[in-house]
Design a protein around this ligand. Structure first.
Ligand SMILES: NC(=O)c1ccc[n+]([C@@H]2O[C@H](COP(=O)([O-])OP(=O)(O)OC[C@H]3O[C@@H](n4cnc5c(N)ncnc54)[C@H](O)[C@@H]3O)[C@@H](O)[C@H]2O)c1
Ligand SMILES: [Fe+2]
Length: 360
């Protein structure tokens, strides 16, 4: 039996942000990062909400820390809004979600993603960093009430961000598709998200703004899929390496994903082959489709100018091996491991580390 539930109201299209004005808020607390405070976007979004009282918390940095979330929680408790809006990428949305969770107030939480990646606008996840370790909070109370997918925020996306966050969408959909808790509904969402993002990313990267809403939608569909089905070893390793070396999340997924597919192939070969066929990379035999999937992702990674190894991403392999025990332990403790199609074990994580540090 499978039950699928998504409480988030999805509003999408050009100018969708104007829907904030119909949410009935009178006291708005807006969480964002300094980029959107400086370029005036935070103020424009606040105006769209038509609230009499407004406070803007604009201190979010990539990979928000527990300390930052605690500071925001205190401000939130003091201000007591009836509308809480998160504007930004996964970091701003996760920070706002965690703040709402800790503050335990009663307000409408609306998320406005400005990257097409994390899917945080529809998920039960919020990732906070503490002492160089990324901790995924997972709770249904973290799921936003409203997600606003407005294509106007995507017109000026930098190429590097399109590439990194695009690989996050591909990884979410691929991991959800082969996850232990995948079901018929999450498979539909994950398959559509994967093939749609895989097809549209090269054009979006090349500057075609018309396809960007497709990738944006794919990010939300992938979020709906993985929040129910779970993720896998690629995310567990991206969390442990990201906490330690502070490399952008999507860039780490791009480096790790082909190796993770290779390791999981034994348990998930058939489903990987299905996904390859859905995205037009098939082959009649499952083994060929699986090889095409891996090669297709490696080709796309090159086309999007993403690194292939950790050293190309600026991480010294010697520092990885010096900290290997800690990296392996954090990976195996990460909740994403539980839904990986194969049991994640010490030797598997080390084998992937060897591949991504260029030891093999
Ligand atoms: N909650 C979840 O379900 C979930 C899932 C995956 C990842 N995450 C987390 O999300 C974070 C990554 O989020 P992200 O990849 O969206 O990046 P991000 O939010 O960390 O932002 C990265 C940078 O891009 C800038 N930026 C954002 N939107 C922009 C735009 N439209 N134009 C120009 N610059 C822009 C930001 O100012 C920031 O400097 C990680 O911490 C990751 O762990 C959460
Ligand atoms: Fe992710």
């Amino acid at each position: 039996m499978e039950e699928f539930f998504c409480k988030t109201r999805l509003i999408c299209g050009s100018g969708a942000v104007s829907a904030l004005g119909s949410l009935g808020g009178t006291r708005l607390f807006l969480v964002t990062d300094p980029f959107f405070a400086k370029n005036g976007m935070a103020h424009r979004v606040a105006e769209a909400a038509k609230c009499g009282q407004v406070e803007i918390f604009d201190k979010v940095q990539p990979d928000p820390t527990v300390e930052l979330a605690a500071e925001g929680t205190a401000r939130l408790r003091e201000f007591q809004p009836d509308l809480l809006v998160a504007l930004g990428g996964g970091s701003a949305m996760d920070c706002a979600k965690a703040m709402a969770y800790f503050a335990k107030g009663s307000y409408t939480l609306a998320a406005i993603p400005t990257t097409s990646g994390s899917g945080s606008e529809v998920t039960d996840f919020a990732i906070l960093t503490h002492n160089r370790v990324k901790h995924p909070l997972v709770d249904p109370r973290l799921r936003p009430d409203v997600a606003i997918l407005d294509s106007n925020f995507l017109q000026e996306l930098p190429k590097g961000l399109i590439a990194e966050t695009g690989f996050d969408v591909l990884t979410h959909s691929l991991e959800a598709y082969v996850a232990r808790d995948a079901g018929a509904v999450t498979d539909l969402l994950a398959r559509e998200a994967f093939s749609s993002a895989f097809a549209a990313l090269p054009a979006s990267y090349a500057g075609n703004t018309a396809v960007r809403l497709k990738v944006h939608l794919a990010a939300s569909l992938a979020g709906m899929a993985f929040t129910q089905a779970g993720l896998g070893l690629c995310h567990a390793m991206a969390h442990s390496l990201g906490g330690m070396f502070h490399v952008p999340h999507g860039r780490l997924n791009a480096i790790l994903l082909p190796s993770v597919i290779g390791c999981n192939a034994h348990a998930a070969g058939k489903k990987y082959a299905e996904l390859a066929r859905a995205a037009g990379m098939g082959g009649s035999a499952d083994t060929i489709a699986l090889r095409n999937l891996k090669n297709g992702l490696i080709r796309l990674r090159r086309e999007l100018n993403l690194p292939e190894t950790l050293s190309q991403a600026g991480v010294d392999p010697r520092s990885v091996w010096r900290n290997a025990g800690e990296i392996v332990a954090a990976t195996l403790a990460d909740p994403c491991c539980k839904s990986n199609p194969m049991e994640a074990e010490d030797f598997l994580v080390r084998r992937i580390l060897e591949e991504v540090t260029g030891r093999v």
